[in-house]
Design a protein around this ligand. Structure first.
Ligand code: OAD
Length: 226
């Protein structure tokens, strides 16, 4: 049976693909107040602003290409069972070739019904006011807004609890409950965290490698495949 690697990713892994992070100096939350563009309240009261913000994100993600870090993670599948738990809403892991990607915070390339979150459509265009789902409610991005529950949390917990190795990449570790998943890794698992910086506490047992994902992750993966 193949050994299992659980990878946990945040915005930093896509930074070198040209997608902006949230909390770095040039991060999105420094330009757009979270309360105005990324909360349930904002979606209900300022729908157009929220749709516009995520329409811009969708366009930026569609133009971006996977970088060496995304590609190296996909290559791990030659030797390991690999589960990617991502906070990212882009599809760069999938486009790099990873086959088991769990999106904790949703996906930009999907639209969902405003009244029934189980109604989801593949969506690569902007979402506009007046575009409705089959239940005749406004379409919205398939993104977890602040105030909404994280997706697939139990499944993610199950995976990390049974990991032989855990590799966390490019997250400030500030957003819960996603970041707290790292603490569920087994004591005996090899655990590495790669990031330029971390705002939260480095979880117990993780070896911290400071640097850019596209420089460091390929070397880790190559070493694990040997
Ligand atoms: P953040 O923007 O909070 O953190 C990105 C992290 O990546 C920072 O710690 C950077 O130091 C690091 N970083 C930047 N460039 C890097 C690079 N080239 N290589 C490696 N690391 C790099 O992003 P997340 O932690 O992903 O949620 O944010 C978590 C959640 O907060 C997001 O999913 C989003 C946001 O609000 C929602 O919108 C629900």
């Amino acid at each position: 049976m193949k050994k299992k690697i659980v990878v946990f990713t945040g915005a930093g892994i896509s930074a070198e693909s040209g997608i902006r992070t949230f909390r770095d100096n040039d991060g999105l939350w420094n330009e757009y107040p979270v309360a105005e563009v990324a909360t349930k309240f904002a979606l209900e009261h300022n729908t157009e602003i929220v749709l516009k913000f995520y329409n811009q994100r969708r366009l930026a993600a569609a133009k971006a290409q996977p970088n060496f870090a995304h590609i190296a993670l996909a290559e791990l599948e030659s030797t390991y069972e690999v589960i990617i738990l991502t906070q990212n809403v882009d599809d760069l892991h999938e486009r790099a070739g990873s086959s088991n990607v769990i999106h904790l915070h949703g996906q930009l390339n999907r639209a969902q019904s405003s009244i029934d979150s189980s109604i989801v459509y593949a969506w690569d265009k902007p979402i506009h006011i007046g575009q409705h789902c089959e239940l005749n409610s406004q379409l919205r991005p398939n993104i977890v807004l602040f105030g909404e529950p994280v997706l697939h949390l139990e499944e993610a917990r199950r995976h990390i609890k049974s990991a032989d190795k855990v590799l966390a990449i490019g997250s400030s570790l500030t957003v819960l409950p996603a970041a707290s998943l790292l603490k569920k890794a087994p004591y005996k698992a090899e655990k590495i965290l790669v990031s330029l910086d971390v705002k939260g506490k480095i979880p117990y047992g993780y070896k911290f490698l400071r640097g850019k994902a596209a420089n460091i992750v390929p070397a880790i993966c190559k070493n694990w495949i040997l």
